[in-house]
Design a protein around this ligand. Structure first.
Ligand SMILES: NC(=O)c1ccc[n+]([C@@H]2O[C@H](COP(=O)([O-])OP(=O)(O)OC[C@H]3O[C@@H](n4cnc5c(N)ncnc54)[C@H](OP(=O)(O)O)[C@@H]3O)[C@@H](O)[C@H]2O)c1
Length: 351
């Protein structure tokens, strides 16, 4: 099979497409022919080996797992021979899911456990959407529900509302009955409003930290703020939650939990159990059918252009998800993809 391989830490150019042995499914596993995958912020960090502490997990001198990627959508291509396959799945089924720390989805084939974080693709969802929904849902939902305790009537502020996580957070918070204030820059104001934000703050014109509040949850989906700067925005039992670890939030989380009425929090949603992720994936058919959640797609690159996909994801300016079409029939001109998919998303939300 072909795979995007990273044998040393470095800039996007260290990624190259190479032949690798086809993986073989074991008992309880299935092999998926990957149609689409994505390049996200964690792939960028694991390729660059930065921040340094990421190397404690990925390998000190060089990447321990040279094929990156955690998200996939594709078709079951083989199950373990001898009747020990993956219950509930058969060859030819359309599936999507995440491999987590095992990575390996930037490849034509990936082996996943049948009881892993995988499910059938909901009806009416195409291969690009099927992969682009994963990171946003599996990150934003636990932050909103489990960390923030969002419920109907909650006042939620989402900073970084145009990223994969933030754009999912705006839609999901609204679905949960919250009143959403979204923070983004001028080019993304219309998109974020179309996603369902009641109020949009353009951070190039005003500072969201000057807002009167109060908010039950300030969700900093891009980790560009801090508990100290957001504290005065929080309601009496409000939570400041960030996706990006810092010494300050790691220190403040246990302290504010014991002492403060207003809390600082971080979660590592990728480290949740497969069962927890699978339960959240199971919400997607309902969310899709209700029109409550659709992924925002930045661009679609072919596997041969994965260096470009890393470059774009590494800018910190992607709008939604950078998708990689491993199946060459799905690869389209990135400039067309960005325009077309952006309009399609905003149009469908307005409808
Ligand atoms: N803790 C966890 O378990 C977990 C899980 C998944 C992801 N993450 C982390 O979550 C973060 C977000 O990931 P992502 O994929 O959504 O997006 P991303 O690539 O990190 O961010 C892209 C978006 O951020 C916006 N942005 C950049 N600077 C901003 C600022 N100062 N204020 C407001 N918005 C700003 C950009 O919009 P503009 O161009 O309009 O500014 C862009 O649309 C990453 O750092 C990732 O590592 C953590």
């Amino acid at each position: 099979m072909l795979a995007a391989v990273v044998e040393r830490y470095g800039p996007p150019e260290v990624v190259h497409v190479a032949e690798r042995p086809d993986p073989v499914p074991g008992p309880g596993e299935m092999r998926v022919r990957v149609r689409t995958t994505s390049v996200g912020a964690s792939d960028v960090a694991f390729r660059a080996g930065s921040p340094w502490f990421a190397r404690l997990f990925t390998g000190l001198r060089r990447p321990r797992r040279p094929v990156l990627g955690t998200d996939f959508a594709g078709v079951v291509d083989a199950v373990c021979p001898g009747g020990a396959g993956a219950p509930g799945f058969a060859v030819g089924d359309r599936v999507h899911g995440v491999t987590g720390v095992a990575s390996g989805t930037h490849a034509e084939l990936v082996v996943v456990a049948g009881d892993g974080a995988v499910q059938h693709v909901p009806d009416g969802v195409d291969d690009v959407e099927a992969v682009a929904m994963l990171d946003g849902l599996l990150t934003a939902l636990p932050f909103l529900r489990d960390v923030g305790g969002v419920r109907p009537g909650s006042r939620v502020l989402v900073n970084g509302a145009s990223g994969a996580v933030g754009s999912a957070a705006v839609q999901l918070a609204r679905w949960m009955g919250a009143e959403v204030t979204a923070v983004t820059s001028t080019p993304n104001v219309a998109l974020v409003r179309a996603l369902g934000a009641a109020h949009v703050i353009d951070y190039t014109a005003e500072r969201f930290t000057d807002l009167p509040g109060p908010f039950d949850l300030v969700f900093d989906a891009v980790g560009r703020s801090s508990f100290r700067r957001c504290r005065r925005l929080l309601a009496a039992r409000g939570v400041y939650a960030t996706t990006v670890p810092s010494a300050s939030v790691l220190l403040l989380m246990p302290i504010t939990r014991v002492l403060g009425r207003r809390r600082a929090a971080i979660a590592f949603t990728g480290l949740r159990s497969d069962a927890a992720k699978r339960a959240d994936l199971a919400l997607l058919p309902q969310l899709h059918a209700e029109g409550a959640f659709a992924p925002v797609i930045d661009r679609v690159d072919g596997l041969a252009d994965i260096v470009e996909a890393h470059r774009r994801a590494g800018t910190g300016r992607k709008v939604g998800t950078v998708v990689v079409a491993v199946d060459p029939r799905l690869a389209v001109d990135p400039r067309l993809a960005a325009g077309d998919l952006g309009l399609r998303r905003a149009g469908s939300a307005d409808a």
